[in-house]
Design a protein around this ligand. Structure first.
Ligand code: 8GP
Length: 841
């Protein structure tokens, strides 16, 4: 390609192509240039937001240079690429991450100081990119970080929501949702108005035989919406690789805005069409582990899948390869079932548009896709009604039926006597109305299916997908235990701890090879080291205490034990168990003599997390936590012994303050319900202990760090079914200590007792599905053990260091390498040459 451009042009281009800053002066010059020209501000009206903007633009320019080169390198290398399809990418802030990844944070810090700013204040100006709900979305963000860091040619594909996850306020103890309009100023995205795809909806299917006797299927009429690409650079740590996250935004196709209507005075309806199109990418659905079957959500899914698939196919076709080579060039990972329509869309492209035979196309499709399941909760498994799909995507419904027919025929051949099996594995559920089971379609259309922690991957094989193990054999199902990026969750969130670790290990290499943390173990008895370790934890607690002071207006004692549960509010995650435990503790304190109270370990119970706006029970739990806080925090009998804090609007940037400050964090889901959990890993990596059930990745964390370093309690997943059965059919009695807690609530201790009735009756009268009562005793006893253990600070710090030293397994780098080896079959790109060039210049 290069040789087609005349020499003199190439020369001129090379001479003037930007190199990117590396020194403090260069950084300042870039930032000031942006502030004065791009933003049209001056020295005299440059506030912190403008300083942030200038800094971000300077760093963005730098990323772009590497990003362009990465994309060129990846195109020339012509290797297989991975595409990660996710409806959620919970990225958080980008500036701090970009500065650390390119290794220029100190340069920026000094430069900003010259200009009169503190870097922390500047970083804090950035709005979180909150395009996700919780675990699934944040996992996708950690994966992007690892894929770039490890130099994989990998793209993310998602939706560019105008509104991310809502902002949460607490008013009078209740959650109130505020829209999160985050695109006012977003320097991290590039509109690519030249990259767009027209996506079709509704219409009808025309089948006919053409002059050559060939069956032609064409999907006609309906409505066209245009998808425009917005690209977000994703820098790797300590590498020239900058990958791409492509987010689609919807707008009316140019043919759609009806000028005839417009001119004849029907202005409103012309604009309405336009707005209808834009609605598709307007808002992130705020449900975590719950599906609600709304038509607009299905439209979002198809819009995003179609745009992404056409983009991928377009790129493949440029290579002029044969279709049979498609899956040697392309791997697509489905983050849960949300992108399952991509399977159908690829089959449609190959058969209807490219003219391949059905079988040939289907072989390509099934060798391209992999599917990750993130939950076994039945209410989260996606199903779409047949009439809904029929109306919105008539051709896709036909293809789904054909896929199902062929699949069922093959099952029938192998299991001719098992009629029930056919009904059980059918993609179509024979209900009223009929439903399409998306997980089944995802399994049938993929070559590998994985769960996200060992227990979870076992459970999907023995419960929800049992019949498919029978049909395909066990090898189609595998496990890839989740991980987190140590760059953001250690280095960025806890710079002092990262520095201390580096000083002992000898370098920051552990950020790229987390197993090197095991070199810390020899220092567990090093007095000086332990002292520094403890000091850092304390400083992080002081920082959180300050955050509580500024946001809540009261002080907490940083010397108290910080007990933290932050995650989405959900009955299965059991924040109610935690708050009942807090009430139990409160009652105990109230009944003690002053002497007894002196022996207690003071505790600060911190909660944080959003409830889905329509999830009434979760909102009730938030309400109870806040009401308990109002009473306990003011009670003079209690003083510093117990404080209850609900932190508003938990998000990624707040997690970066909260996670390093915990002594204990709570991962207390009913066994068998939390697929993995990832905050458990973040907390331990930052030197906190865990109280947890034998669920999700807690089990593997225990195996790695040792049973003596974790506080486990509660029933096992294999006993859950029997216990639930017993609740309904046995002589079931609620735990008496828990009954006392309920009595305390019912007395009105925390205000209007009626407000919490449903929470109590769910346990007392309606079968206690999440086994709160069964686990209550063991939970409270374990909390007592924690108090005892905390009194021996020296032993506590030993546990903390030992645990961190053994956390190497839980990096998302390990995870991505596993996906690459066992599912995607891709190799990292060699960037040694690029690194060398850079070192020389
Ligand atoms: C979450 C799981 O609940 C969590 O255990 C796991 O760590 C995380 O995924 C990443 O694997 N699942 C979801 O967030 C989820 O299922 N969301 C629903 C919309 C599917």
């Amino acid at each position: 390609v290069e040789s087609s451009i005349p020499e003199h042009m190439r020369e001129a281009w090379k001479k003037f192509s930007p190199k990117g800053f590396t020194t403090k002066d260069e950084f300042e010059s870039e930032a000031v240039k942006h502030i004065e020209t791009t933003l049209a501000r001056s020295l005299f009206n440059c506030d912190e937001l403008a300083a942030y903007s200038g800094t971000a633009l300077a760093f963005r320019d730098r990323l772009i240079i590497d990003w362009n080169k990465t994309q060129q390198r990846q195109s020339f290398a012509d290797q297989k690429r991975l595409y990660y399809l996710s409806l959620e990418f919970l990225m958080g802030r980008a500036l701090d991450n970009a500065m650390l990844n390119v290794g220029l944070k100190n340069v920026a810090k000094d430069g900003l100081a010259d200009l009169g700013f503190r870097i922390e204040d500047i970083i804090a100006q950035e709005h979180d990119a909150a395009l996700g709900n919780g675990g699934l979305g944040r996992l996708a963000a950690c994966f992007l970080d690892s894929m770039a860091t490890l130099n994989y040619a990998a793209w993310g594909y998602g939706l560019r929501y105008r509104y991310g996850i809502f902002k949460q306020e607490i008013q009078d103890g209740y959650q109130v949702e505020i829209p999160d309009y985050w695109l006012d100023f977003n320097p991290w995205e590039f509109p690519r108005h030249d990259v767009s795809v027209d996506v079709q909806f509704y219409g009808w299917v025309n089948k006919y035989t053409n002059d050559e006797g060939k069956q032609i299927v064409s999907w006609q009429d309906g409505e066209i919406v245009t998808a425009t690409a917005y690209d977000v650079p994703v820098p790797g740590y300590g590498t020239p690789t900058v990958n791409n996250l492509r987010l689609w935004s919807s707008k009316a196709s140019s043919g759609e805005f009806d000028f005839a209507k417009f001119n004849s005075g029907e202005y409103e309806s012309a604009v309405a069409d336009e707005q209808r199109a834009e609605t598709i990418s307007a808002v992130l659905y705020p449900n975590d582990n719950l599906e609600r079957g709304k038509e607009l959500r299905l439209k979002q899914q198809y819009f995003w899948c179609a745009a992404s698939l056409h983009d991928i196919v377009r790129r493949f076709k440029k290579s002029k390869r044969k279709w049979s080579e498609f899956s040697d060039q392309v791997a697509i990972q489905l983050n849960d079932t949300h992108p399952t329509l991509a399977i159908v869309e690829l089959q449609r492209i190959l058969v209807d548009m490219e003219g391949l035979g059905w079988d040939e196309a289907w072989t390509i499709v099934t060798s391209t896709f992999g599917y990750t399941n993130h939950t076994v909760l039945p209410e989260a498994l996606e199903k779409w009604s047949v009439p809904l799909i029929q109306n919105l995507l008539p051709r896709h419904l036909q293809i789904i039926y054909e896929i199902n027919l062929q699949f069922l025929q093959s099952v029938e051949k192998r299991f001719p006597k098992d009629r029930d099996l056919l009904g059980r594995v059918s993609i179509i559920e024979e209900s009223q109305p009929k439903m399409v089971r998306m997980a089944y379609l995802a399994i049938i259309g993929s070559h590998k299916v994985n769960g996200v922690a060992e227990l979870h991957s076992d459970l999907i094989k023995t419960t929800i997908f049992k019949d498919f193990v029978k049909v395909y054999g066990p090898d189609k199902f595998t496990n890839v235990t989740n991980g987190i990026t140590p760059r953001r969750w250690l280095h960025q969130a806890n710079p002092r701890l990262s520095e201390l670790i580096a000083s002992k290990i000898g370098s920051y290499e552990f950020l790229k090879d987390l197993t090197l943390l095991n070199k810390l173990e020899p220092f567990v008895d090093d007095k000086e080291f332990k002292k520094e370790w403890a000091e850092i934890k304390y400083a992080n607690k002081v920082r959180l205490a300050q955050h509580i002071q500024t946001t809540k207006g009261y002080s907490v004692n940083p010397k108290a034990l910080f007990d933290i549960q932050v995650k989405r509010i959900h009955e299965y995650k059991r924040q109610q168990l935690n708050i009942f435990g807090v009430i139990h503790r409160y009652m105990a304190i109230k009944s003690m003599s002053p002497e007894e109270r002196k022996k207690l370990v003071p505790r600060v119970s911190v909660f944080g997390g959003k409830a889905a706006p329509g999830y009434w029970m979760a909102k009730t739990i938030i309400h109870l936590i806040n009401k308990v806080g109002e009473v306990v925090n003011k009670d003079p009998d209690v003083g510093d012994l117990l404080k209850v804090v609900f932190l508003e609007d938990y998000n990624v940037s707040k997690a970066e303050i909260i996670v390093p400050a915990s002594d204990i964090s709570e991962h207390i889901s009913t066994a068998g319900t939390e697929a993995s959990g990832t905050s458990n890993m973040k907390f331990v990596l930052n030197g906190g202990m865990i109280i947890g059930t034998l669920d999700g990745a807690n089990i593997e964390i225990t195996r790695e760090i040792g049973e003596q370093n974790i506080f486990l309690f509660g029933n096992l997943s294999e006993d859950v079914e029997d216990l639930r059965h017993h609740h309904f059919y046995g002589d079931y009695k609620v735990n008496p200590e828990l009954v006392k807690v309920f009595d305390c609530i019912k007395k009105g201790t925390f205000g209007d007792e009626g407000a919490f009735g449903a929470l109590i009756s769910g346990i007392v009268e309606h079968g206690d599905y999440y086994l709160v009562s069964d686990d209550f005793n063991s939970y409270c006893q374990t909390q007592d053990l924690i108090d005892e253990a905390y009194k021996d600070q020296d032993a506590w710090v030993t546990k903390s260091i030992t645990s961190v030293a053994r956390m190497g397994f839980f990096t998302s780098d390990r995870c991505i390498n596993e996906y690459a080896d066992t599912i995607w079959n891709i190799e990292p790109l060699d960037v040694a040459e690029e690194k060398e060039v850079r070192a020389r210049t």
